[in-house]
Write a protein of this length. Structure first.
Length: 120
């Protein structure tokens, strides 16, 4: 089952959709095991996306192998458990501020340090 639409995974800047099928399969398995929706606040980003344009080098979102999931509280804890169980080795955590702005970044992009965990 595919829980994620192309629209929600597409670049919010240009609408382009470049997403890795293997990573999408992992995300779908994570979603199934979590048992609750995983709202994507950022999926694929083109190199011209405002966040990417500020960087010296394009980030993991440009590979189509990264997402930010809007989640907090116990759901954030559960997402971390399940993502680690599915072999996700790169995780960023932002759990400060309003709950509507909190997220967990998951990625499987090559060419970046792995395993890695960071906070924003």
């Amino acid at each position: 089952m595919n829980y994620f639409s192309e629209k929600e995974l597409a670049c919010q800047h240009c609408g382009g959709y470049v997403f890795d099928e293997k990573f999408l399969a992992i995300l779908n398995n994570i979603r199934a095991d979590c048992g609750f929706p995983l709202p994507v606040s950022s999926g694929y980003r083109c190199i011209h996306h405002p966040i990417e344009a500020k960087k010296d080098e394009p980030g993991a979102h440009c590979t189509g192998q990264a997402v930010d999931i809007q989640v907090s509280g116990w759901k954030a804890h559960r997402l971390l458990e399940v993502a680690l169980a599915h072999g996700v080795k790169r995780i960023g955590v932002d759990q400060s501020g309003p709950h509507s702005k909190r997220f967990i970044h998951l990625d499987a992009a090559d060419g970046f340090p792995s395993p890695a965990i960071w906070s924003y």
